[in-house]
Design a protein around this ligand. Structure first.
Ligand code: HEM
Length: 360
């Protein structure tokens, strides 16, 4: 069912004269919605107050992704770009990003074509920069580069393990900053490049034009802990406009993860048997049975069983395409948390490498 026709169903239920609320209706609507698309549909940033006639083509595209009428993945071809430094390259905002992506991509894939420690760290860094925002923090925090630019933020406990990728971001930024790129964009472009560098990973719509901040995100407690209870985590993500299904999709990033600091005795233990591949084994092995060498985080285990998440978790466990579509749409949202010039961003998805859709 398309999102538009789903809205019509909702409209029918709620606005038809004489319509009576049926006790099972909420469950039916939940189910319909789950079959259809996503549950996080709030607008963000400047899109909240701009009049539809003031939207740019990119503003409209992002509005569609956020509200669930447009997908968050794209196969837009990766064409050749003009020579770096040429007038033609300077005239195209995405041109320098092609060179940057080609430069950093080599760090993200090993010789077997699987994604590396640098890739998993870059994916986590993209989330940690953006997630330093909530609806209660106003225009501060979010995808503003502060996880790298504000030393205080980098040192917070939830960011343990990100120091190496933070140092690497500074090196890359130092190399490319004369082309006017922001750290905030570098972090999000790197996260999306890392994701698609994992076999089976989605090619997520990628936008640039974010502004940097050297001020640490407003408060501690915005990032999740593996020891938080599931209801707390669901509310933490809701405050970032991410609903339970969206949270379930994002957690799938642990398909590529290796824990080091939850249990030092199992340093480097992966969260599924194939941490170099963006597959659905994570969803299956979290539910169990779990192989001996796989470490399941308490938060993942509890969320997988939570009544708001269990069904969609099981769906993702058997449907890679469904999960990728949900992840991509939800990650576009993450990458725009705390961004207040969304309407004026540039779509540079075309600079990303192709997705690897099949894996032996
Ligand atoms: C309930 C929410 C979440 C919790 C409690 C959580 C917690 C953690 C923890 C404790 C680690 C291991 C860190 C270490 O020991 O080195 C980790 C790793 C990771 N997380 Fe999450 N996370 C959450 C959500 C997310 C989301 C939404 C994403 C991405 C969109 C993400 C991406 C990753 C990645 C890629 C790694 C692997 C990092 C590496 O191996 O270097 N996580 N997470």
């Amino acid at each position: 069912m398309k999102a538009q026709s789903l809205s019509a169903v909702f409209a029918g239920f709620f606005f038809l004269p004489g319509a009576v609320a049926h006790p099972g209706m909420e469950a039916v609507l939940e189910q319909l919605k789950a079959q259809d698309c996503c549950d996080s549909t709030e607008l963000l940033g400047d899109l909240l107050y701009l009049h539809p006639t003031d939207l740019t083509p990119v503003g409209r595209l992002i509005e569609g992704i956020l509200t669930g009428t447009t997908g968050g993945e794209s196969d837009e071809p990766n064409n050749s770009v003009p020579e770096l430094g040429s007038t033609a390259c300077q005239a195209d905002t995405c041109c320098v990003w092609q060179y940057i992506v080609d430069d950093i991509m080599v760090y993200f894939q090993d010789r077997h074509g699987q994604c590396t420690n640098a890739a998993r760290a870059a994916i986590r860094l993209g989330f940690h920069d953006a997630a330093g925002w909530s609806k209660h923090t106003g225009e501060f925090g979010g995808a503003d580069g502060s996880v790298v630019l504000a030393p205080e933020e980098a040192q917070r406990r939830p960011n343990a393990g990100l120091q190496q990728i933070i140092a690497q971001m500074k090196i890359w930024h130092g190399k490319w900053s004369s082309f006017g790129i922001s750290m905030a964009d570098l972090i999000q472009v790197a996260a999306n490049t890392a994701t698609v560098s994992c076999p089976l990973g989605p090619r997520i719509r990628t936008f640039v034009g974010r502004k940097d901040s050297h001020i640490a995100s407003p408060e501690e407690g915005l990032l999740p802990s593996p020891f938080d209870e599931p209801d707390f985590l669901i509310e933490l993500f809701r405050a970032k406009t991410i609903q339970p299904r969206g949270l379930a999709a994002l957690l799938g990033a642990h398909s590529t993860s290796r824990q080091r600091f939850i249990d030092a005795t199992q340093f480097g233990a992966p969260q599924d048997s194939t941490p170099g591949i963006w597959d659905v084994l994570f969803y299956n092995q979290t539910l169990g049975p779990t192989p001996n060498n796989v470490f399941v985080m308490e938060s993942d285990k509890k969320l997988a069983k939570h009544p708001r998440i269990h069904e969609i978790w099981r769906t993702f466990a058997r449907d890679q395409a469904r999960w990728n579509a949900d992840y991509a749409r939800e990650y576009v949202r993450v990458s725009l948390l705390g961004v207040y010039n969304i309407n004026y961003l540039t779509d540079c998805t075309r600079v990303l490498p192709r997705a690897v859709r099949f894996w032996k």
